[in-house]
Design a protein around this ligand. Structure first.
Ligand code: PEP
Ligand code: MN
Length: 295
């Protein structure tokens, strides 16, 4: 690719050796999610926003597998917009270390790998043995203490785009992750700050889908791109179409919030879909993907 003509600014960062790793033509940071190699085949990761209790995550893991997905997602450390001081049924900004035990049971029952977020080096240590694919959430996209710690280990990382982040900031944060031992990572787009008319569609549509960034990242880097249509839309009725659009834009995988009882999800209830809806979404996205790769 001719970086100079695509983006003189990124070209100049390359010239200054600031983006040495992420722009490499032969770079391969794709990793296996179940049997599929990310970047080679369309990957689906799904599950609840939050691991609420053992039974729900066990049920979810089996349903996610039955829907044709490759890995289970579920947060145990939840970054809440407002501080939660009261513990309710074992949940207080997540089920935390107890939730890790539930995730382990779900892994054993379903045989699926798990994707879960950590927000600090301390949480990374506590969760390390349980989590197969480590998620960095949007709020910690430029948490350098965390990124530097993650760069020194070898489990694959999914880096979610900061809601404010530019193309070069996404590449810069990825470069930081690849600075030491870590070789396997993906970038996850999850919606960005939109203008007021967009934000006011519904109170839960806090973010604007950032589909064109899939195409822009593909112009510059071989790092696989995962799309999160759940946070990008904030509303379950939009999740399927935005997933389809993301596949049409060339994303390598989707990460979707699905819940056994969507309206009663402890967190992000407005964007959770049911497992029946998940199955239909997976099938329809595969159809689009197959049509595109056969061309
Ligand atoms: C999540 O995946 O549940 C989450 C909190 O995502 P984000 O960091 O993109 O808001
Ligand atoms: Mn969520």
């Amino acid at each position: 690719m001719n970086l100079e003509s695509v983006s003189p600014f990124i070209h100049s960062l390359h010239e200054q050796n600031k983006l040495e790793r992420v722009l490499r033509e032969e770079l391969d940071t794709g990793f296996f999610v179940g049997k599929k190699k990310l970047g080679k085949e369309l990957v689906f990761i799904a599950g609840p926003c939050s691991v609420e209790n053992e039974e729900m995550i066990l049920d979810s893991s089996l349903a996610v597998k039955a829907a044709g997905c490759d890995a289970l997602r579920g947060g145990v450390y939840k970054p809440c917009t407002y501080p939660v001081n009261i513990e309710k049924d074992g949940w207080k900004e997540g089920t935390r270390e107890e939730g890790l035990k539930f995730l382990n049971s779900a892994k054993n029952a379903s045989g699926l790998q798990v994707v879960s977020e950590v927000m600090s080096p301390r949480q990374l240590e506590a969760a390390y043995d349980c989590i197969d694919i480590i998620q960095v959430g949007t709020r910690n996209f430029q948490n350098y203490a965390l990124l530097d710690e993650l760069s020194k280990q070898t489990k694959p990382v999914i880096l979610k785009r900061g809601t404010w982040a530019t193309l070069e900031e996404i590449l810069g944060a990825s470069e930081r992750l690849l600075n030491s031992s870590l070789t396997e990572m993906a970038i996850c787009l999850r919606g960005i700050i939109g203008g007021p008319p967009y934000r006011h569609i519904y109170p839960s549509t806090r973010w604007q889908p950032d589909l064109m960034m899939v195409c822009a990242l593909k112009e510059h880097t071989k790092i696989p791109v995962i799309y999160d249509p759940s946070h990008a839309t904030g509303r379950r009725q939009f999740v399927k179409v935005i997933s389809q659009a993301a596949v049409a834009c060339g994303c390598d995988g989707l990460i979707i919030e699905a819940h056994p009882d969507p309206p009663n999800s402890v967190s992000d209830a407005d964007q959770a879909i049911s497992f029946d809806e998940l199955k239909m979404l997976v099938d329809s996205c595969y159809d689009i993907y197959r049509a595109l790769v056969s061309k």
